[in-house]
Design a protein around this ligand. Sequence first.
Ligand SMILES: *C/C=C(C)/C=C/C=C(C)/C=C/C1=C(C)CCCC1(C)C
Length: 241
Amino acid sequence: MSNFMYFLADVSKIANDDYVGFTFFVGSMAMMAASAFFFLSLNQFDKKWRTSVLVSGLITFIAAVHYFYMRDYWDAVGESPTFFRYVDWVLTVPLMCVEFYLILKVAGAKQSLMWRLIFLSVVMLVTGYFGEAVFTDQAAFWGFVSGVAYFVIVYDIWLGKAKKLAEEAGGEVLKAHKILCWFVLVGWAIYPLGYMLGTDGWYDGIHALNIDMNVVYNIGDAVNKIGFGLVIYALAVKSSK
Ligand SMILES: *C/C=C(C)/C=C/C=C(C)/C=C/C1=C(C)CCCC1(C)C
């Protein structure tokens, strides 16, 4: 079959009764559209804001490519595309940490802050992968370890060094930092929920909801990757003449 025929077969199957596949499909389109939006807007900003908006576009673009793969994998295999999911996250979540550093640079943020957040996010994701794909009978334990790293990130940006820098920067940077903090506290909390829906542990009761983990992850990604990017975009608009 040609690629196009394959695409049609794919779509018709998804369009009929596969709501998980549908969220992969819509997710890939949303990520692609967001990337075009961020990339094409770059010229309107002052030079010092372009890197931040560029990174927003890279985050959604990397996700778009992974969503194409995940959609096909789901369609062909009918299982969670765990490997692609985590490769996507391990590239995009550290880039979100870079965004914090980039906007706080005006207040003198050091690279050490960026590397600390990147390190914590990688610990959070690698331990999550262990629980979801490697040591699946200890999912609750690895999810807990992952959750500890997550809370250290939340602490750092809400109450730690990053918060002090945001206050020193003040104005629009402080406002944007606060919104990003809410994304990490509430938006990122969607993921452990998905994890509990798709793995076994003391939380098995939640399986009664009968929601596929991928739907939850896909909603989380759309909210967080596109929403996060739009906050940066709005900051760049307000801060450019
Ligand atoms: C664009 C992708 C994003 C923002 C992904 C974020 C992922 C997380 C915050 C995942 C967190 C997890 C826990 C806190 C515990 C259970 C395991 C994870 C990896 C799902």
